[in-house]
Design a binder for this molecule. Sequence first.
Ligand code: BES
Ligand code: ZN
Length: 677
Amino acid sequence: MRHRAQTVCIKRHNCIETWKHRVSKLQQAPQFNLRFARARSRDPGISSTNYIVVLLTAEEILSTMCGIREPNTLSNISQVKTTHLHLDWTISFEKKILSGYVVLDLITLVDNVEKVVLDSSFLDVTKASYEGKEVKFSIGERQDTFGSALTVELPTIAKAGTAFKLRVDYSTTDKCTAIQFLKPSQTEGKQNPYLFSQCEPIHARALSPCQDSPSIKLTYSAVVTSPLQVVMSALHTGVKDVGNGLKAYSFEQRTTIPSYLIAIAAGNLVGREIGPRSTVWCEPEVIDSAAWEFADTEKFISTGEQLLTPYEWGRYDLLVLPPSFPYGGMENPCLTFVTPTLLAGDKSAVDVVAHEIAHSWMGNLVTTESWEHFWLNEGWTVFIERKITGRIHGEAERQFSSIIGWKALKESTELFGADSPATRLNTDLTGIDPDDYFSSIPYEKGFNLLYHIEKVVGGPKIFEPYMKAYVENFASKTVNTEQWKTFLYEYMGKTYGQEVVDKLNTIDFELWLRGTGMPPVDPKFDTTLADACYELAHKWDTAREDKELKQFSAKDLENFTAAQKIVFLERLTDAEPLPHHLITKMDELYHLTPIRNADVRFRWQQVCLQTSFEPIYPEVVKFVTEQGRMKFVRPLYRLLYKAKNGAQLAKDTYLEHRDFYHPIAGQLIEKDIGLKQ
Ligand code: BES
Ligand code: ZN
């Protein structure tokens, strides 16, 4: 067996793990990778039957050379990398655009670099300059969801290690997927316009030309001129009056971050201190309720610090967005963005804040190398979130939220289908929009893997020091699934010896990481807090034939927490659709329809839609047009679309309120209700 050096890589077929381990080691020294492939091809073992030959695709060779596999960027990250980005923007609320320029500090990684290719999406680029001198640029044909490559030619061919500045003048356009501009009517105060961005996963390219890959970590600074208060995912460093009712707001993010964490919002905002390093920002109308709801923020941060390492970002502020914000929360550094649906009035939804705080370490400090390892951001974050809330509220609560998570995981798995590649932890995103793979799977399957490992190696005593060591080891770097696993084995072996390594070896990592469907192990969560919910649901489920329903009373639900109501309703969504007289009776006794807690409201409407209970339809329409959080609106639109006499109503509702939704939410809802492929 002889093969050309560049295109082959040899591995012993019974030793795939070792080979992968070596490759992942070599990824830290990218210049050796190709030589490694060549050296192996001259290995005398080549003729032995113990070896098999792996033909590498062009893409794999490239990724081996630059050390990473990154199917979701168009930029030439193997040749050049960004170290800092400076944004200078002026906000026009009239034109609904940002205009100005970006200056990228770049450094070449290899010799003979002729050009810089940046990601861009629907940007209007007018000029590019290299170290102050105008240079040629071109914008490639749009590659669907990945946007267009913006190629800037360098005036001279650069050798490895050349540092230079590139400036691109541009403005955003009305097709921008990263920003939503809101009319005054779409805000709480109704007087002023508003804008906010959402870049994760691959929308930063619609905000600014950049290397839009999480593998590139950079610092950033910004000056933004605006008639209304501006906040960003960075430290606020100054504000200047620039006349005409405009101010220039300055920011600096001094810790390296991936591009998806660049964020901006502007509007009629006020801030109130809620802790030693925290201010909550929002429209004045909701500041009292926001300050009350998030009063426990500091407790979450300091618990995170006890579990992991000191909080690195200086400030931890919160921004409560207008209702169309498409997520529960977004971990923008120094300034978490949250949906106003968290303002439940009973602190029942603040686990979202614990979650976003946990990202300060998992995701923001230790960042997934590409979207194919997204589970390392979210699975770890859910795990730490539950450690934080568990320390504060007790183990029973951690078990209870894990049960809620398991149900979400089941729903996502059923939605994609148990054999869908989207149900893998370590996914293949070649040609795939990461937004299309978004689900509870990376969160909850990821959580369950970590939970399982913790149990197998001997519990928190053994596992918690490892979490901390993991953060220390990968802080300010990126990590992929193989590197994560290699470090796990190394740490456990070094710290606790072969005994713990043997325990790790009982875990089928390949199945967990690359298998489809539900996790291979039943977590057997403690059901202490869930039992009452299950019993009540069972009682209703078995009362289908009963006309009187005398066994039920308003008292049944009286002592339930919001989370217990959710589990009760979730259990009912697992049962066959309920007869309508049960739904009517349940609402009469428990007054579920008027409940404002968004998670309870969502689950109740789901129970009703599953049985095509038409009196709930106007309530569903109200809920999905009052707020745009995808966790609620997407399943409700899907269910309404499937329900009897619901399809047309779903379409009409969406089309009438299309402008209300964030562009990403709009695109996905359109797919959900058959308006788009
Ligand atoms: N980082 C995510 C939000 C996200 C993920 C936005 C992928 C875009 C692409 C955030 O931390 C998150 O997970 N939010 C959850 C909160 C939850 C799991 C507590 C949400 O929005 O529901
Ligand atoms: Zn998250």
